[in-house]
Design a protein around this ligand. Structure first.
Ligand code: NAI
Ligand code: 15L
Length: 276
């Protein structure tokens, strides 16, 4: 057991390990377990001594089942992370999350941290403060797929007792890139603190938590997730001056400036040919 974290986990599966957040969490998460199993459709590079890799496509149940077997917990980051044609999102995010939870039932995994997104609520106004009890208002196919993942995980908790934290990640990058991100920013260290809190809280149940640092401006209230004990230690405030001097004032008539989802509310929803 790693006493620094207090973990009780032997093997944690990290999906989407080759992606931006997967790479950021990889070294940090190895402190939470004896063995960190990485999975992705892409290569993850050289492995550390406590890492293993299972290449798996989320749209293929057998591959995902091989990644899940033997794990005590899953941090599920894998999938499409931006707006995309519905059929691609359906394979990676909708079918993918179903496969992951079916594999969790099959192999007895009882706790999952699911990377949801602020785009579940992207159509709320930047002038509102919302919490986890407010109804979803997804801003596109991508946000819709995360709504599906949140509901699916709720059903697998009620039916099978699999506990899930749906982390509605804001904007997790080394630093906020624009004025919107002053509200939505989540530092990599706070992301790790949040994932650790979700993994380690004694009773998680099915919880929706907004993934943000301790930013002065915020649109999200985590009052429904106090039981996980997440305490952010970083803040976008230290970047405020830099962001204000390098970006121009938002046009408040612009939909992207008015809605919490930012530019995602304006992303073209790629239309595909339906039928013959
Ligand atoms: P990313 O796009 O960099 O990484 C996603 C990873 O998933 C990639 O390595 C990709 O190869 C893998 N993947 C895609 N389709 C797959 C499939 N069919 N089977 C297996 N693996 C597949 O995204 P990022 O930024 O690392 O985000 C990680 C997660 O967090 C995503 O689920 C994203 O929706 C969510 N998120 C991220 C935010 C951020 O600020 N970075 C904000 C909100 C949510
Ligand atoms: C997300 O869900 C995306 O995965 C990420 O690329 C960012 O754009 C983020 O939300 C955001 O809203 O800033």
């Amino acid at each position: 057991m790693n006493s620094a974290i207090g973990t009780t986990f032997n093997r944690i599966l990290l999906t989407g390990a080759a992606g931006g957040l997967g790479q950021a969490l990889r070294s940090r998460l190895s402190k939470n377990c004896e063995v960190l199993r990485l999975s992705d459709i892409q290569s993850v590079g050289d492995l550390q001594s406590n890492e293993e890799f299972v290449k798996a496509d989320l749209s293929d149940f057998e591959q995902i089942s091989s990644a899940v077997v033997g794990c005590d917990a899953i941090v599920h980051l894998g999938g499409i992370s931006v707006e995309a044609p519905f059929k691609s999102i359906m394979q990676a995010n909708i079918l993918g999350v179903y496969h992951l939870y079916e594999a969790a039932v099959k192999h007895g995994v009882k706790r999952i941290v699911f990377a949801s997104s602020n785009h579940v609520v992207g159509y709320y106004s930047q002038g509102e403060t919302i919490d986890a009890e407010d109804a979803p208002r997804p801003d596109g196919y991508y946000g819709l797929s995360k709504v599906y993942g949140e509901s699916l995980s709720r059903m697998y908790f009620d039916r099978y007792g699999i506990e899930t934290a749906c982390v509605r990640i804001g904007s997790s990058y080394p630093k906020p890139k624009d004025r919107r991100m002053l509200a939505t920013w989540l530092s990599y260290d706070d992301l790790h603190r949040l994932v650790t809190a979700c993994l380690e809280t004694p009773i998680l149940n099915h919880t929706i938590v907004f993934g943000m640092s301790d930013n002065a401006v915020t649109w999200w209230d985590n009052r429904c997730a106090k039981h996980i004990g997440y305490r952010p230690q970083d803040s976008s405030d230290s970047f405020r001056h830099e962001v204000f001097t390098t970006t121009s004032s938002p046009d408040v008539t612009d939909a992207a400036a008015r809605h919490q989802g930012g530019n995602f509310v304006k992303a073209k929803l790629p239309r595909e040919r339906l039928g013959n």
